[in-house]
Design a protein around this ligand. Structure first.
Ligand SMILES: C[S@@+](CC[C@H](N)C(=O)[O-])C[C@H]1O[C@@H](n2cnc3c(N)ncnc32)[C@H](O)[C@@H]1O
Length: 239
């Protein structure tokens, strides 16, 4: 390698251009672009495995990833027409985190960063829904999820996206999902390494507890952006 690229590696201006460009890119852009890629890949993989069920997103904010999922799903209908039956559910307070428990406190996860308008998001999603049935559920998970998935008509999940940042919200979301999980359900988890990488905090803690409570086995599929992970359920031991 060193001899083959010796000449190129001495062109410092080339290295500097690349370095200057990359150092200027906003990390949120890198994260979101990679997230969009994995959402596309997950819709593709789920479609070719012919997994039935719904798309569940916990932490919708302005609806960007939710709308992206709808677009990606539409494009997989050519591969698998069954995909058109997917219903899209999004859950968010649309007012941030609410009362954050001591263990969930984090310098970046604050309400001022995540205030948004339910009406605007709902209209945005409606414009791209393109024939898909969707429902945005407004409120804190501790309230909106306590009736269970069946009460909303959700029997089975194809793709779950946990993007609500804290342990308690991810815990509520993942517990809600347990009855809907089947072999082949994809689970996208954002912020997997937050809280200084702790396994006793954040979504990583919620996910590890969920694996035990749901009695399932998963395989890791991708890592993306600033610490997101994608898993696929390889086995549900109680079914
Ligand atoms: C990172 S944003 C979601 C971003 C979105 N998935 C996207 O990529 O476009 C996190 C969202 O989680 C929501 N959230 C966090 N904790 C919540 C809770 N306990 N109940 C309801 N919503 C919550 C916040 O309101 C915020 O909109």
């Amino acid at each position: 390698m060193a001899t083959k690229f010796g000449f190129l590696s001495k062109l410092n201006f080339l290295q500097d251009w690349v370095s200057i460009f990359i150092s200027k890119v906003n990390p949120a852009i890198i994260h979101n672009v990679e997230k969009y890629y994995i959402i596309k890949k997950v819709h593709y993989l789920s479609a070719i495995e012919d997994i039935e069920g719904d798309y569940l997103e916990f932490g919708v904010y302005t609806g960007s990833s939710f709308c992206h999922s709808l677009r990606c799903s539409k494009h997989t209908e050519k591969l698998n027409p069954h995909v058109a039956k997917t219903k899209f559910y999004g859950f968010d307070s649309f007012s941030g985190f609410g009362n954050i428990e001591e263990d969930d406190k984090h310098p970046f996860y604050t309400d001022s960063n995540f205030e948004t308008s339910f009406i605007n998001v709902n209209n945005r999603v409606k414009r791209v829904s393109n024939g898909y049935i969707f429902k945005l559920v407004k409120g804190f998970f501790s309230e909106t999820l306590k009736q269970g998935a069946l009460s909303l008509g959700i029997k089975q999940s194809r793709i779950i996206f946990i993007d609500s940042d804290t342990y308690s919200s991810a815990n509520d979301a993942l517990n809600f999902c347990i009855p809907t999980i089947v072999a082949g359900t994809f689970i996208i988890i954002d912020d997997f390494f937050s809280y200084k990488g702790s396994l006793e905090k954040g979504v990583a803690r919620a996910f590890n507890e969920f694996l035990i409570n749901a009695n399932i086995e998963v395989r890791e599929v991708f890592t993306y952006g600033m610490g997101g992970k994608v898993f696929v359920v390889s086995k549900r031991n109680d079914k």
